[in-house]
Design a protein around this ligand. Structure first.
Ligand code: GLA
Length: 448
């Protein structure tokens, strides 16, 4: 009998014939001692053959085995990889260096992550974005650009690890990355294995040149490939929100981009490409998605521009505060080895970082808006709250938050801390107000 795939499967009748042909038919048991021994050996071989060759084939047709035939998406969707229980923090090469990267830049950055205090403040991942790739070798394994990375990626990962940091890399679900380097399509398991051998801890996976690929399938495939390596690798999905990953990627990726790329502008795009958008635009796209974020699966409104020069210090402070409020991944995108004091004071603000990293893992959102004045609230563990009074406008504004904004009953009292002056400023008594500078924030923690 042949099943649908043309594999020969043994029927009851066949099995009877097979037994007979293999000496199991009646009447053969009464032979000589030698015959019996030979018979026994033949029988043992036959039994082995049955279990090794025939039984599995029969099994593939049985209803019990049908359960095992799940799609990759179903397998991946059974559970998350257990990583990134708070939003990932680190550095990525793209916003500052684009394709002008080298192993020296990455080493210098890793050194500076330690000496500046970034590592100890929680920025653990050092991620090389696009353009590190060389060609694939004769067996299809990806290599590094030998000019830019003469020591190879493994040596670089070892160096980053020796600094007490984690190492991340970039690829793409299409044939080519956005920078035109080899993508992972058709090489998913091979690339995941290569990354694991190199010691990669984080993969950013882009979406250029994917044609009509299905995003759910493509990202589940790479998620599975990463898990098959047995190494803990945070999976950062970068398909720009096109296929609404917040609806299906909870167990596939640890973070997913919700938007196109960030440009280093506050509210108005100055010189960016079509696919780039000013910070405020990304904020507004990412904000309503707050119910979909949580430990292990975060909305990603793209990496930080703090320190890259396109916004004022006040605007960068707002950018950083609002990203923390949205429990966004805090991936610095500036030149860490050469950052000025203003940049440091923003990226190293531990009070604000603590809001982002709060273990409750709830994304904060806008609770009130009046023209260009806004109130944002983020619930924190232990019932505490973070509050931002945000002035998008061009003139100073008095902005107030009350009990009803933060969802507390009237009469609750708690300590209030200003997260930019780092001062405890008294007790909450139902409201707080401040004059907020243009494009600026006032940020507080109430309770805890
Ligand atoms: C896309 C991504 C960016 C960056 C570049 C690299 O635009 O969204 O974050 O990775 O590709 O080419």
């Amino acid at each position: 009998m042949a099943n649908m795939r043309g594999i020969h499967v043994v029927s009851v009748q066949d099995r009877t014939n097979w037994r007979r042909l293999n000496g199991f038919a009646g009447g053969q048991s009464g032979g000589t001692g030698r015959d019996s021994k030979a018979l026994l050996q033949r029988a043992a071989r036959a039994v082995m053959a049955f279990f090794l060759v025939i039984a599995p084939l029969v099994g593939t047709c049985s209803p019990a085995r049908a359960q095992a035939t799940q799609t990759t998406q179903e397998v991946v969707n059974k559970g998350s990889n257990g990583l990134a229980l708070t939003p990932p923090m680190g550095w990525n090469s793209w916003n500052k260096f684009a394709c002008n990267i080298s192993e020296q830049t990455v080493r210098d950055t890793a050194d500076a992550m330690v000496s500046s205090g970034m590592r100890d403040a929680g920025y653990h991942y050092v991620v090389i974005d696009d353009c590190w790739h060389g060609p694939r070798d004769a067996n299809g394994f990806i290599t590094a650009d030998a000019k830019k990375f003469p020591s190879g990626i493994k040596a670089l990962a070892d160096y980053v690890h020796s600094k007490g940091l984690k190492f991340g890399i970039y690829s793409d679900a299409g044939r080519l990355t956005c920078g035109g380097r080899p993508g992972s399509q058709g090489h998913e398991y091979q690339d995941a294995l290569t990354y694991a051998r190199w010691g990669v801890d984080y993969l950013k996976y882009d979406w250029c040149t994917t044609g009509d690929r299905n995003a759910q399938e493509a990202y589940a495939l790479m998620a599975d490939a990463l898990r098959q390596t047995g190494r803990d690798i945070v999976f950062s999905m970068c398909e720009w929100g096109s296929a609404k990953p917040w609806l299906w990627a909870r167990n596939v990726g640890n973070l997913w981009r919700t938007t196109g790329d960030i440009s280093d502008d506050f509210g108005t795009k100055k010189k960016a490409h079509d696919w780039e958008h000013p910070m405020l635009q990304l904020l507004d796209w990412n904000e309503p998605l707050w119910p979909f974020a949580g430990p292990g699966h975060w909305n990603d409104p793209d990496m930080l521009e703090v320190g890259n020069g396109g916004m004022s210090t006040v605007e960068y402070r707002s950018h950083f505060s609002l990203w923390a409020m949205m429990a966004a991944p805090l991936i610095a995108g500036n030149d860490i080895a050469h950052m000025d004091e203003a940049t440091k004071s923003i990226l190293l603000n531990r009070d604000v970082i603590a809001v982002d990293q709060d273990p409750l893992g709830v994304q904060g959102h806008r609770v009130a808006q009046n023209g260009t004045s806004e109130v944002w609230v983020k619930p924190l563990s232990g019932g505490a709250r973070a509050i931002i009074l945000f002035n998008r406008g061009d003139t100073p504004a008095v902005i107030e938050a009350t009990d009803s904004h933060i969802g507390w009953p009237a009469g609750v009292r708690a300590e209030v801390r200003n997260l930019w002056t780092h001062k405890d400023i008294g007790r909450w008594a139902g409201r707080i107000s401040a004059t907020v500078e243009p494009h600026g924030v006032e940020m507080f923690r109430i309770g805890g």
